[in-house]
Design a protein around this ligand. Structure first.
Ligand code: RAM
Length: 360
C-alpha cells in the first residue's frame, strides 16, 4: 500500500538521519534524554533525578481504540497532565480494537514525526515491538499504559492495578453473586489483548481453589471491544449455555453490552454480570438490578500517570530501571517496580450503595 510504503521509507530515512547525527557528534531534539540513544538498552542506562522537567515536549497517546469512551477518559487525563507540565498532547489511533497493523503504522508515523514520547495501550504483546524498538532507537521515550507489550519493547508499563488482584477479585465477586454454584463464562475484548489475557490467566488460577469446586467456566468469548459483537457474543453464550449463571466481562465495552443484553432478555435476574466497567456506563444496570457489583480504576488518573512518566523519561529523570522514582503531580511520587512496571493503585468496587459518588 502506498501510504505504508511511504511510512516505511520515511522511518528508514529517520533512522539513517539519527545514525548520521550520532556519528558526527550532532544532536537531535531528543538526545538529552540519552546522549547515546543507539539502542533501547542504552536509553535505559542512565538517569539524573535532579534534571529539570522539560517543557514543550510532544507526547503522543496511542490507545487501543480511539472511539472507546474508556480511552477518551484516560487520554484526557494525559492531556490535563501535559498541559500542566507545559508540554503538548496529541492522540492518534485506530477505531477498531483489533487493528494491530494500524497501531504499527501509527507508531511508525510518530517516529517519523520525532515526537518526544509515545504512550501506547497495545492491542497485542508482540506486534508493535519492531516499530517501538525503532522509536526508542530514535531517542523517543516509550511507555505502555493499560495494556502492555513484551517488556523489552518499552521502557515502562503504567499499570492500572495489580493484574493478579483484578483477575482474582472478579472471580470472587461473581462467585459470591451466584452462591458459588453454576456455569460461568468470560466475555473478553480482543483475543490478543495483553491486559485481558493476563487477567483471564489469574481468573482461571483462582477458579482452581476448592471454594469454586461447583463453579464451572464453560467458555471464553471475544467481543473485540465492539459493542455489537459483544452483544451478539452474549446472546450466543446464552443460546449455547442456557443454564449459565454468570458472566465476567473484563472490558468496559463488553460489560456494558452484556448487561444491555441480559437486561432486555428473559435472563434478567437469572444471570449475573460483573467485570470492569465505568460507573457512568453501568449506573442504569446497577439501579435496575441487572448488575450487583463490578470494578474499575479511575482511567483519567491512569492517563495522567502515563503522561508524567513519559515526561520524566524524556527529561532524563528516570530511564526505566526498577527503584527509580518520579513525581506525578497530585498523584504523588511513584517508584518503578519489577520489569519497568509502575502501579497506579487499587481499583474501586462499585455497587448500588456507592455508584452515585462517581462520575466517569
Ligand atoms: C476496555 C479496554 C481496556 C480495558 C478496559 C477495562 O475499554 O479493553 O484495555 O482496560 O476495557
Amino acid at each position: 500500500m502506498p501510504i505504508s510504503q511511504r511510512i516505511a521509507a520515511s522511518v528508514a530515512a529517520t533512522a539513517a538521519l539519527s545514525i548520521a547525527l550520532t556519528a558526527c557528534g550532532g544532536t537531535t531534539k531528543n538526545s538529552s534524554s540519552s546522549s547515546d540513544s543507539s539502542s533501547a538498552a542504552a536509553t535505559s542506562a542512565s538517569a539524573n533525578p535532579d534534571a529539570p522537567t522539560k517543557k514543550g515536549l510532544t507526547v503522543a497517546f496511542l490507545p487501543k481504540q480511539v472511539n472507546n469512551p474508556y480511552f477518551t477518559i484516560s487520554d484526557n487525563g494525559g492531556k490535563k497532565a501535559l498541559t500542566a507540565l507545559g508540554s503538548k498532547y496529541k492522540e492518534v489511533g485506530t477505531s477498531s480494537g483489533t487493528d494491530t497493523s494500524g497501531q504499527v503504522s501509527y507508531v511508525n508515523t510518530l517516529t517519523q514525526q520525532q515526537v518526544n514520547a509515545i504512550a501506547v495501550s497495545a492491542q497485542d504483546p508482540g506486534a508493535l515491538c519492531t516499530a517501538l524498538k525503532q522509536a526508542m532507537k530514535n531517542g523517543i521515550s516509550v511507555v505502555t499504559y493499560d495494556s502492555d507489550t513484551n517488556a523489552d519493547c518499552r521502557q515502562l508499563f503504567i499499570s492500572q492495578a495489580s493484574a493478579e488482584d483484578l483477575g482474582r477479585t472478579e472471580v470472587q465477586l461473581l462467585a459470591k453473586q451466584i452462591n458459588y454454584k453454576g456455569e460461568i463464562a468470560i466475555l473478553s475484548a480482543a483475543q490478543t489483548a495483553t491486559n485481558q489475557n493476563t487477567w483471564i490467566g489469574f481468573m482461571k488460577d483462582e477458579l482452581k481453589k476448592p471454594e469454586y469446586k461447583n463453579v464451572k467456566l464453560v467458555k471464553v468469548a471475544y467481543g473485540n471491544d465492539d459493542a455489537q459483537t459483544s452483544f451478539q457474543q452474549t446472546q450466543g453464550l446464552l443460546q449455547q449455555y442456557p443454564n449459565l449463571k454468570g458472566i465476567i466481562s473484563p472490558t468496559t465495552v463488553g460489560i456494558k453490552a452484556a448487561a444491555q443484553y441480559i437486561a432486555g432478555s428473559k435472563y434478567k435476574g437469572k444471570v449475573e454480570v460483573t467485570g470492569l466497567g465505568t460507573p457512568n456506563d453501568m449506573r442504569a444496570y446497577v439501579k435496575n438490578g441487572t448488575v450487583t457489583a463490578f470494578e474499575l480504576w479511575d482511567p483519567s488518573k491512569l492517563g495522567e500517570l502515563a503522561a508524567y512518566a513519559s515526561v520524566a523519561l524524556a527529561s532524563g529523570q528516570i530511564s526505566g530501571t526498577s527503584g527509580q522514582t518520579f513525581k506525578a503531580g497530585d498523584l504523588g511520587t511513584f517508584t518503578i517496580g519489577d520489569k519497568g512496571t509502575v502501579l497506579l493503585g487499587k481499583p474501586t468496587v462499585f455497587n448500588k450503595a456507592n455508584i452515585d459518588s462517581f462520575d466517569f
